[in-house]
Ligand binder design. Structure first.
Ligand SMILES: [Zn+2]
Length: 230
């Protein structure tokens, strides 16, 4: 992958360009976190053709970027919701390089350029702990024993469940209200018994998370905001 800067409608924009042998046509998407346009070029298509395509789609690109929620970088002073509670990052470079929660502050020590990494790591660990606890609780109520939970940073879904029974979740759920995390865990745990989204599946979700309509709605309305942190 290469990143090049192009001027689209008078605006300078970095664009990530990648060749993919298996792609059937040129595709264009916008990275949900960084807002960077991503151009995929299939075999047999020249750069010149792909660039023509990029310029032709400049209105679409700029509209999409405009529609993104504001980006929140993990840096001193940034507001970070923690399970629905507003917290603020406080960077104190003279403190040891770690993160400490003190009331509504996430106090981060160490070098400036490591703040983003440290906060992300701390949030990921906090999310893993909470998600594992919730998954275990819900699995026990289904008579299942242990949960194999991993935490990642997927861009298009909040959780997934493999046929082998592995559950995987987005660490960004720690930035949503607790009921949202509860619903996503219930949804994936329900998939351990019911693989599709049929009526039996939703009955099971209802049992594991009785008030799941609100959090579902919350994710549709606000989910994109979660992807803009970091
Ligand atoms: Zn599902």
């Amino acid at each position: 992958m290469i990143t090049k800067t192009y001027v689209l409608d008078g605006l300078e924009l970095p664009v990530e360009i990648r060749r993919n042998r298996r792609a059937r046509r040129i595709t264009l998407s916008i990275d949900a976190q960084t807002g960077t346009p991503q151009l995929v070029i299939p075999r047999g298509t020249s750069y010149a053709e792909a660039l023509k395509f990029l310029h032709r789609e400049s209105d679409w690109i700029l509209n999409k970027i405009d529609e993104l929620p504001p980006r929140v970088l993990f840096e001193d002073g940034a507001g970070v919701p923690l399970l629905g509670r507003k917290c603020r990052i406080r960077h104190l470079p003279l403190l040891p390089p770690e993160v400490c929660r003190e009331g509504d502050e996430l106090v981060v020590g160490g070098r400036d350029k490591d703040v983003k990494y440290r906060v992300t790591e701390w949030l990921t660990n906090a999310a893993r702990e909470k998600l594992t606890e919730l998954a275990q609780q819900k699995m026990r109520s289904l008579g299942r024993s242990s949960a194999k939970v991993s935490v990642r940073d997927p861009k298009t879904r909040w959780g997934s469940c493999s046929e082998q029974g592995y559950l995987s979740f987005s660490w960004r759920l720690i930035l949503a209200p607790p009921s949202v995390m509860d619903y996503v865990v219930a949804h994936e745990v329900a998939h351990l018994n019911e693989f599709d989204h049929g009526p039996n599946f939703w009955l099971l979700v209802e049992r594991l998370c009785p008030r799941h309509r609100m959090p579902k709605h919350w994710l549709t309305r606000h989910g994109a905001k979660l992807l803009r942190y970091g």
